[in-house]
Design a protein around this ligand. Structure first.
Ligand code: S3P
Length: 172
């Protein structure tokens, strides 16, 4: 597992609603770095919500936009970047991030995550029309893409503040 370095940009990956944006913005604030949330950048640039982009342009188009956006921000030094939970399903995105940044997997257990589902369902088109069993399958399937070769930040039992401090304490 690679070490976290103080100079590189930090990329947070992990399942929807794991806390990437909350933890990432705290880390950025504490390290005095710019914080970039890729979904937010895309929503601003297109003037549409993620739901609307999926509905009007389709998921494939969204993935293309997502990849280009990640590419442009990953090349900037000393930032903290929060990815969408599906970004790492694209091998090219994984390559871009690993080549340029420190990748941190924000790891939440299925048991804890399940409790957040109701809060997420309206704004996450990927969760629509799936029953709990199908969402769990997606959760497990995505885990392997997130975990491989990355530093893992376990969030169960931690507040966002504690998780952010834990990440910062691990920087070398
Ligand atoms: C997605 C996760 C979302 C967003 C889009 C697709 C996914 O980001 O990019 O709804 O496929 O897991 P969050 O991880 O911030 O929810």
């Amino acid at each position: 597992v690679p070490r976290l370095s103080k100079e590189q940009s930090i990329v947070l990956t992990g399942f929807m609603g794991a806390g990437k944006t909350t933890i990432g913005s705290l880390v950025a604030e504490k390290l005095n770095r710019a914080f970039i949330d890729i979904d937010e950048v895309i929503e601003k640039e297109y003037g549409l919500s993620i739901n609307e982009i999926f509905a009007e342009h389709g998921e494939n188009k969204f993935r293309e936009i997502e990849k280009q956006t990640i590419r442009s921000f990953c090349e900037q030094p000393m930032t903290v970047i929060s990815l969408g939970g599906g970004a790492f399903t694209q091998p090219e995105v994984r390559e871009i991030c690993l080549a340029n940044c420190m990748v941190v997997y924000v790891d939440i257990s299925w048991e804890r995550w399940k409790e957040r589902l109701d809060l997420l369902i309206d704004t996450r088109p990927v969760l629509r029309e799936k029953d709990l069993k199908e969402v769990e399958e997606l959760f497990l399937q995505r885990k392997s893409a997130y975990q491989e070769n990355h530093w893992t930040l376990t969030v169960d039992g931690k507040t966002a503040e504690e998780a952010a401090d834990c990440l910062i304490d691990s920087l070398e």
